[in-house]
Design a protein around this ligand. Structure first.
Ligand SMILES: [Zn+2]
Length: 623
């Protein structure tokens, strides 16, 4: 196939595009043109991303040299081996935003990227040029297919929002090069960092060219035989330890794990491979039940940014990379579309409110890379305009030498509206609650809510067919009390089937009030502690809110404590216990009721460290 022969389907362009567009499945995604966010929690954050974060990212891509790498001779290249991918993720964000005011900037970056593409479609600023290592000479760490994958994802986003243009051409040429080089007669290996798999399936969905689908299948089937060299973290780090269908759980480097699993779901759906889909679903359920933090975040090992073993979820070592949250949403969304189970949407909600909302600063120009759940001593804010190495910063930083998270957030915010609702032959399903207008076929809905502050969600029927259809509203797993138009509803989907009338409203009431949460006792690191949640939000205590002289690590809570709401906080009464900083820290068991009563205000975790450095904890000891 030549570039000229590639046709981009017009269907998604009309509907505004969508990330992940399976040709079959239990639920159908809606396009970004079919869901419009209205003023509220998410629209505010999406708009800050689109304005401030976009400008900030573009500034840093220039300043750090990662965009100039496409213009300059190889000897002047700067940045880590994967820095090209940050340019591509930003292009993907610009494509989803599809904002005419950003068009000139988008085209200028695409022109620089396109000019660096080699005649055979290869595109990477770190390999293959004079003075650089040969192409594909380091599949374990080189990230070349990973970078190609993000380039292709950006091209897919542009094709779905705009149609064929230069970036789509560059992406197709790169994909053809990948198929030529790693096809059945080519290099029989894979990339150390997955993402090419989902990118190729998505490009197949755009172009209809099965060669991309077959290449994705080759990459997924080859992995785990094993094909990559062993490394210091072990082959599980890049999921090359066992074949994907035989794995028991998601494991290894968290971002790699969820990107690969997302690609496997894409492949399974397009090829009708239920065995593969079952395998990923099983691994997802295992990881959700045993390897996921209260916030929905993943990754408890810093050394290799990896999943820990089952129940290894220490809050003070919570890595919870922001990118792993992004990838986990990608995976859960694909499983939701394939199978329609509310559990996937429940996890997406947790990640959105407790990871995606937490990472960026209010002004959109600083970011958490890792998201700890227990900061023992107040950190130091890196100076504005400086680059920090990676996750070492204890507070939000402007930019990182490994700056995957800011660009990943930008493409997530730009496509956020697509995760709100879906449709199927029976009607419309609303998965995430935010003020929005939703259009699906002949149905038009207005959603009004102050969620998550308030649990009332009002759905107004703006336009409806004259025939019965089903409105499905997700009742979150945390909602022990919920009603739809006054009728009690259990977690899962509440389905209302009838002939609706334009102008009528359906009212969902979720009992949003503070609650005490304990962990499975096998999560030993938080045994004897409690967390406070309210609706989908996890709360935390910060040292800046404690009375003078009370240290955060001396507070204790009674499990049956009153939870009082006041001024946006949940107030609990605990004790500040005496501590001896010089004593041997081990002693005979005993129970002490010593200590002085102290009032502790708790705020949503996503607000932490927005008032300067502080110590913080989500899990509070009761003993
Ligand atoms: Zn990241």
């Amino acid at each position: 196939m030549t570039i000229e022969e590639v046709t981009v389907t017009g269907e998604w362009i009309r509907r505004g595009g969508t990330p992940a567009a399976p040709s079959t499945g239990r639920l159908r995604p809606l396009g970004l043109g079919e869901v419009t966010l209205r003023p509220g929690f998410w629209q505010r954050r999406r708009d800050v991303s689109r304005t401030a974060s976009f400008a900030h990212i573009e500034h840093w891509l220039e300043k750090a040299g990662w965009l100039p790498n496409f213009d300059l001779p190889s000897g002047l290249r700067r940045g880590r081996e994967f820095s090209d991918s940050e340019v591509y993720k930003f292009l993907e964000a610009l494509a989803w935003a599809d904002d005419p005011a950003l068009e000139d900037r988008y085209r200028a970056i695409v022109a620089r990227v396109a000019a660096a593409q080699q005649p055979d479609g290869y595109l990477n600023t770190n390999f293959g040029r004079p003075g650089q290592a040969a192409r594909y000479s380091d599949l374990e760490w080189g990230h070349e297919l990973y970078c190609h994958g993000h380039l292709i994802q950006a091209g897919v986003a542009r094709a779905r929002t705009h149609g064929h243009d230069d970036l789509v051409t560059v992406a197709v040429r790169a994909a053809d090069h990948v198929c030529d080089t790693f096809g059945p007669d080519g290099i029989a290996s894979v990339c150390g960092h997955a993402v090419i798999e989902t990118a190729l399936v998505e490009l197949y969905r755009v172009t209809g060219d099965r060669r991309y689908l077959e290449q994705a299948r080759l990459f997924i089937d080859r992995r785990g035989r094993p094909v990559l060299d062993d490394i210091e973290f072990g082959r599980a780090y890049f999921q090359d330890d066992v074949p994907i269908r035989e794995a028991r759980s998601l494991r290894g480097h968290a971002v790699r794990a969820v990107y690969l699993a997302a690609g496997a779901v894409d492949l399974a759906v397009e090829t009708g491979d239920d065995g593969l889909l079952d395998a990923i679903d099983r691994q997802w359920r295992h990881a959700a039940a045993r390897r996921t933090y209260l916030t929905g975040g993943i990754g408890s090992r810093h050394q290799d940014e990896a999943y820990g073993d089952d129940f290894v979820l220490p809050p003070d070592r919570a890595y919870q990379e922001t990118c792993a949250g992004v990838g986990s949403i990608m995976l859960a969304w694909r499983l939701l579309l394939a199978r329609g189970d509310a559990r996937y949407a429940d996890l997406i909600e947790r990640i959105l409110f407790n990871i995606i909302a937490t990472s960026p600063a209010d002004d959109g120009t600083r970011f958490f890379y890792a998201n700890t759940l227990h900061q023992r001593v107040p950190g130091a804010e890196p100076a504005a305009g400086t680059q920090v190495p990676r996750a070492a910063s204890s507070l939000r930083a402007s930019w990182f030498a490994v700056s995957c998270c800011p660009t990943n957030l930008s493409r997530t915010f730009a496509s956020l509206a697509a995760y709100v609702a879906t449709s199927d032959d029976d009607g419309v399903q609303i998965h995430q609650y935010t003020p929005a207008s939703i259009t699906a076929g002949g149905v038009e809905l207005d959603v009004d809510t102050a969620y998550p502050d308030d649990g009332r969600v009002t759905v107004r029927i703006v336009r409806t067919p004259d025939t019965p259809w089903t409105l499905a509203l997700r009742i979150p797993g945390w909602a022990t009390e919920a009603t739809v138009d006054g009728i009690p509803a259990a977690p899962g989907y509440a389905r209302i089937t009838r002939r609706f009338v334009a102008g009528e409203t359906i009212v969902l009431d979720l009992a949003v009030r503070p609650r005490v949460t304990v962990a499975d006792p096998r999560i030993d690191a938080v045994r004897g502690s409690v967390a406070i949640e309210r609706g989908p939000l996890v709360y935390c205590a910060e040292s800046v809110d404690l009375p003078p002289g009370v240290a955060l690590d001396t507070i204790r809570l009674e499990p049956g404590t009153d939870l009082v709401e006041r001024d946006g906080a949940v107030i609990v009464t605990g004790r500040a216990v005496p501590v001896d900083d010089d004593a041997w820290p081990y002693a005979a068991p005993g129970v002490s009721d010593a200590g002085t009563a102290v009032e502790i205000p708790l705020y949503p975790y996503h607000r932490w460290a927005r008032r300067g450095p502080s110590a913080m904890r989500v899990w509070i000891p009761t003993i």
